[in-house]
Ligand binder design. Structure first.
Ligand code: NOJ
Length: 687
């Protein structure tokens, strides 16, 4: 070797060995993320109190035309930033959200002919970290394809994980499994981990806007890699500069409850883009729905047709009498007869069945101070829906409808797409094409002042901050599985996992509130696997700004004492706190009403009965409250005694402690109502 080359080689080696490490710390100095380029490969790691949480993990995107941003890169410059502000939610589980982080922007240059550039932004919050890739405008890089995302989340040990599998036909609708990382499948996010030292982490993404959904693939040694759901042609993402990926986020907490009160997913999304949000109103609804799931009426026409004028009026009367703002009606439009999933292209979104007189119904609803909630089941006939979307939304707007529930039933792996050349392909539910579709629906709905409640949705990634008309969505096994699922429905632990997994992404339209838990006549092999009181507690536990009272009116009329809680419970909150939390075992949440001084508590358990104690320190000091307690009876049990319950009132204040008796598969709900003088007198001697 020539002497000059040797000198150069030594120089490069020295350069690389002192390759600079850039560190970003959380505002409280507990979390630290460090970034460096190791032999041309961008990597990051995360520590907490100096101990590794995420060990050296690769970063980068591989584009077409041999632009590989995961190797042969150098740092060209960096920028640092500190942000601390507070913003107000249009609606939500907490009104004021603090957004506080340190940011590092790294400009990376690929050592290729054009010196292609990519920027990586890192944000470190007290409750987690996040990063995203941005490709700025540059000569020689305009339209491009992403062939792979190299992002890794390499865990320091074989932690416990709660996950649902990705790439299965039923999208997100699976029961969560708890295994170690080494036994994990390829999984959807949010996926949540518990370390041996009792730290909780949840990997997810924020601001999924025009990109493929991220799933996570484990490999040996607890390495986790981002995996993007591809288009039918294998390309992961079609994009152009300037380009921003969604944020990759890791929520990090000392307790599982702190995952629930971490708002980084929202903070990573852009502020509200709608100028007027006055028409966006959270609310509670009833609807022609459960009867179809029980099979006692049908979506399609005929003798058992559920969506008739008469039946709808019955629900409107009920809603009006008991204070519900909306009545959902499914099966109102042409397209449900025969195999509606196979015939998805036949749904007509502006033509009601003849026995559903929408003029009469909407006038009747208006007179009673209630609004119809629209329903668009697409059965994944995306082209059919997009072709009619404008007319369909205009139609509802004309009738004073403010919310539309959308649906995408069908296999999530073969959604029919026809491109501009007439070529047909089958797309994944979670791919970029569908991400675009869901956004189109939300934006167009906003134009017609419609709120959306999407079932079989694209996953929640905090878009509700930017478009607060995307109110809620399903995206997990909801109540309906209890009506017909061949596996017997959701086991009692299901709802003790959802708040720490699916709901970290955002609200869920679970549709709680079934009072007739055992329906032998309708479905002898199914039932709801909870006590009645647990159904009440779910209104506080599973946050949704549109919350359904899912059962039939007659079942509520039978138990008006317990129904009172559903009538009272709000759907828009000033604050949320978690009092107890053990993933898969139990959880207690308290929330403060946005419109009154009242607080509400929900506590639920899995199949094991428990006694928990709640300190009421969250109440205003020096004030007395009436605790209206809805609790499982002494002998209650989800299996044999689901209806045994007790409703009582006691006086409490911020120094009080309340024993929460939770039956196996049970729950407890409490309203803390600011006490009036007469309550103080009335309840003075009651313990
Ligand atoms: C599945 C939805 O989750 C459910 O709520 C709806 O009733 C049916 N699809 C029919 O659209």
């Amino acid at each position: 070797m020539h002497i000059k080359s040797i000198v150069l080689l030594i120089f490069i080696l020295v350069e690389m060995s002192v390759a600079q490490v850039f560190e970003v710390v959380s505002p409280n100095n507990i979390l630290s993320l460090s970034f460096n380029v190791e032999s041309g490969v961008p990597v990051y790691q995360v520590t907490r109190f100096g101990r590794p949480l995420i060990v050296s993990s690769k970063l980068g995107l591989i584009l077409n035309n041999d632009i590989d941003f995961s190797s042969d890169c150098t740092v060209s410059s960096i920028e640092r930033n500190y942000v601390d502000n507070t913003w107000t939610q249009v609606w939500g589980e907490k009104k004021e959200i603090r957004n506080c982080y340190h940011e590092l922007k790294v400009v990376l240059v690929k050592n290729n002919q054009h010196q292609s550039r990519i920027n990586i932004y890192f944000r470190v919050f007290n409750d987690g970290i996040a990063f995203r890739y941005c490709i700025p405008k540059q000569d020689n890089l305009k339209e491009f394809q992403i062939l792979d995302e190299i992002t890794e989340f390499n865990m320091a040990a074989d932690h416990n994980a709660w996950w649902i599998p990705a790439y299965h036909w039923n999208r997100y609708e699976y029961l969560y499994k708890k295994t170690t990382i080494s036994q994990m499948d390829t999984v959807h996010t949010p996926v949540t981990f518990e370390t041996e030292n009792g730290i909780y982490l949840s990997i997810h993404e924020a601001a999924l806007t025009d990109y493929a959904s991220m799933t996570i693939i484990p490999d040996n040694n607890f390495k986790l890699k981002a995996d993007l759901v591809p288009w039918a042609d294998g390309i992961k993402v079609y994009a152009e500069t300037p380009f921003k990926s969604p944020w990759r986020s890791i929520q990090i907490a000392d307790t599982p409850g702190e995952l629930i009160t971490s708002y980084i997913i929202l903070n990573l999304n852009e502020p509200c883009k709608l100028r007027d949000t006055s028409w966006i109103r959270p609310g509670k609804y009833v609807g022609i729905w459960w009867e179809m799931h029980l099979g006692t009426s049908t979506w399609g026409s005929g003798e058992l047709h559920g969506a008739t004028t008469e039946n709808t009026k019955r629900y409107i009367d009920f809603a009006s009498k008991y204070g519900f703002s909306g009545v959902l009606v499914e099966g109102w439009n042409i397209g449900w007869d025969g195999d509606w999933i196979a015939n998805s292209e036949k749904f007509d979104f502006i033509t009601p069945y003849p026995d559903f007189d929408i003029d009469i119904i909407t006038q009747y609803a208006k007179d009673k101070g209630v609004r119809l909630i629209g329903h668009h089941e697409t059965a994944k006939g995306i082209h059919n829906y997009e072709d009619q979307m404008t007319d369909a939304y205009k139609f509802y707007k004309k009738y004073g409808v403010r919310s539309v529930k959308t649906g995408y039933v069908g296999h999530g792996q073969d959604i029919r797409r026809i491109d501009s050349n007439g070529i047909e392909s089958k797309e994944w539910h979670h791919g970029q094409w569908m991400v675009r579709h869901y956004r189109k629906s939300v934006k167009k709905a906003a134009k017609y002042k419609l709120m959306i409640d999407a079932h079989e949705p694209i996953k929640a990634t905090g878009i509700r901050r930017t478009y607060p008309n995307i109110m809620t969505r399903e995206g997990a096994r909801g109540q309906e599985f209890n009506a017909w699922s061949a596996d017997g429905g959701n086991p009692p632990e299901h709802t003790t996992i959802l708040p720490f997994t699916r709901l970290l992404g955002g609200p869920m339209d679970f549709t709680p509130g079934i009072f007739d838990l055992i329906f032998n006549d309708a479905r002898p092999n199914n039932r709801v696997n909870t006590t009645l009181m647990k159904q009440l507690a779910l209104y506080v536990i599973l946050y949704s700004p549109l919350q359904m009272a899912a059962d039939l009116p007659e079942n509520y009329l039978n138990r008006l004492d317990a129904f009172q809680f559903i009538m009272d419970v709000p759907v828009d909150w000033q604050d949320t706190q978690v009092l107890h939390a053990k993933i898969g075992d139990y959880v207690t949440i308290v929330r403060k009403d946005i419109n009154s001084p009242d607080w509400y508590l929900g506590s639920i358990t899995d199949e094991e009965g428990r006694n928990l104690q709640a300190s009421l320190q969250f109440l205003d000091v020096g004030k007395k409250y009436v605790a209206q307690i809805y609790c499982d009876g002494q002998n209650a049990d989800w299996k044999d005694m689901p209806y045994e319950y007790e409703i009582k009132e006691i006086l409490v204040d911020s120094h009080s402690k309340i024993d929460l008796r939770l039956a196996p598969g049970g729950g407890q709900a409490i309203r803390f109502k600011l006490a009036e003088e007469k309550d103080i007198v009335r309840l003075a001697y009651i313990q």
